[in-house]
Design a protein around this ligand. Structure first.
Ligand SMILES: Nc1ncnc2c1ncn2[C@@H]1O[C@H](COP(=O)(O)OP(=O)(O)O)[C@@H](O)[C@H]1O
Ligand SMILES: [Mg+2]
Length: 380
């Protein structure tokens, strides 16, 4: 809606928000689930929502606001369907979103006030979409280009967190060239870490492509599996029997310091068929239990909440992040990772820890959008 309507017409003063979801990464379905919940939480009296789906093949689709079909049905995650309706969408330098529909007629969506990229994984959570929005001078929810890229890449995330003094598990990076030309050295390096190890795609998420490897004879298969998601792989010493604790962080209000939530804990139920918190346990069969707040001592809670804020600042995050930890035996703790667009359905850990801290789902979504609207575009 233009800012000035014809005489007598009501001016729509609602905030125009484009919610972008789906995407080209393997976390497409998880993003669709979240988008349905985020859109449902946006007050229609205050927000004019433009839902934009990105199909797995990269085509953009203008969706209707009825996102009821974006639910898990019969164990299947939802998907954006671009068949026949694909549009090319670009952000113009004037801060407008422009669509070319199949008949190639460009149509501008007009000036959006803010974009909420509800996207996980590469081409969404990794700074690429953020770069497009920066080029167009459009405000958006969450971390900027560099923080998104660092948070997505487990190699550079570890480097940034180490520089900030945060303890982590021993690890090795397996680059494509090394694996393809000198696998023997890679196997030696991994053996030096000591089995079991965890093998992960460097820029993955939702546990996809991750394996626990208990002995050398399983290593090659695990690396090959991880490489189906990302040619760069990270191998980490296994924290066996560790507790998994997670903390939400929000950008401070009015330029204040970032705020941390109470901690949450993920536990696999006793009869869970899973060796760790893998994709199925996370989203499909519900064999993981989330405790929020986690049952830990005040010392552990305070220390990890402090580390969560340090991690947020170490990568230069904005908006939101979830920082995950392992509590090893005794009170030894390490950081596992930071996520700049954490899972965000009402039953996901990030909203759960904020609810336990006193911010309910709708208030959380509202705070994220408000922070994005208040921040200036360009270099910050
Ligand atoms: N080094 C490790 N030791 C023990 N468990 C691990 C380790 N790394 C990962 N895991 C298990 O795998 C899950 C996913 O790993 P994570 O590094 O968080 O990847 P993602 O980015 O896909 O969430 C963790 O939640 C944990 O259950
Ligand atoms: Mg994780």
């Amino acid at each position: 809606m233009p800012p000035f309507g014809p005489p007598g017409e009501l001016i729509d003063s609602r905030t125009r928000i484009a919610v972008v979801f789906g995407g080209r990464s393997s976390e497409h379905g998880v993003s669709c689930l979240t988008a349905a919940d985020v859109i449902a939480a946006l007050d229609p009296l205050r927000y004019d929502v433009i839902p934009i789906g990105i199909a797995p093949d990269g085509r953009w689709v203008l969706e209707s606001s009825d996102l009821d079909r974006f639910r898990i049905t019969e164990g299947q995650l939802p998907q954006v369907d671009a068949s026949g309706t694909g549009i090319a969408l670009r952000a113009s330098a004037a801060g407008e979103l422009v669509v070319n529909e199949p008949d190639d007629v460009p149509r501008t969506l007009g000036q959006v006030d803010v974009v909420f990229p509800v996207l996980h994984g590469p081409w969404g959570e990794d700074g690429t979409l953020q770069g497009l929005l920066e080029m167009a001078d459009v405000r958006y929810v969450g971390a900027g280009v560099l923080a998104s890229a660092i948070g997505m890449d487990k190699e550079f995330m570890k480097t940034a967190l180490t520089a900030a003094g945060l303890p982590q598990l021993p690890y090795a990076v397996v680059r494509p060239r090394e694996w393809e030309h000198d696998a023997a050295t890679v196997r030696e390096t991994v053996t030096a870490l000591g089995y079991p190890v965890f093998v992960k795609p460097a820029r993955g998420g939702s546990s996809l492509g991750i394996s626990r490897v208990d002995s050398a004879d399983q290593l090659d298969d695990a690396i090959d599996l991880a490489r189906e998601y990302d040619p760069k792989v990270v191998v980490e010493a296994g924290a066996i029997g560790a507790r998994e604790l997670e903390c939400g962080v929000l950008e401070g209000v009015g330029g204040g310091a970032p705020e941390s939530s109470v901690l949450g804990e993920i536990r696999l139920v006793d009869d869970s068929p899973h060796l760790f918190y893998d994709f199925e346990a996370k989203y499909v069969d519900g064999s993981a239990v989330l405790d929020a707040p986690a049952h830990v001592s005040d010392e552990v809670s305070e220390r990890l909440r402090g580390w969560a804020v340090t991690a947020f600042e170490a990568i230069g995050a904005e908006g939101l992040a979830r920082v995950d930890f392992f509590l090893l035996g005794g009170d030894t703790m390490v950081v596992n990772e930071i996520n700049t667009m954490p899972g965000f359905t009402p039953t996901s850990m990030f909203p759960r820890v904020w609810a336990a801290t006193g911010l309910d789902y709708a208030a959380l979504v509202d705070r994220l959008v408000t922070a994005a609207l208040e921040r200036r575009t360009g270099l910050r």
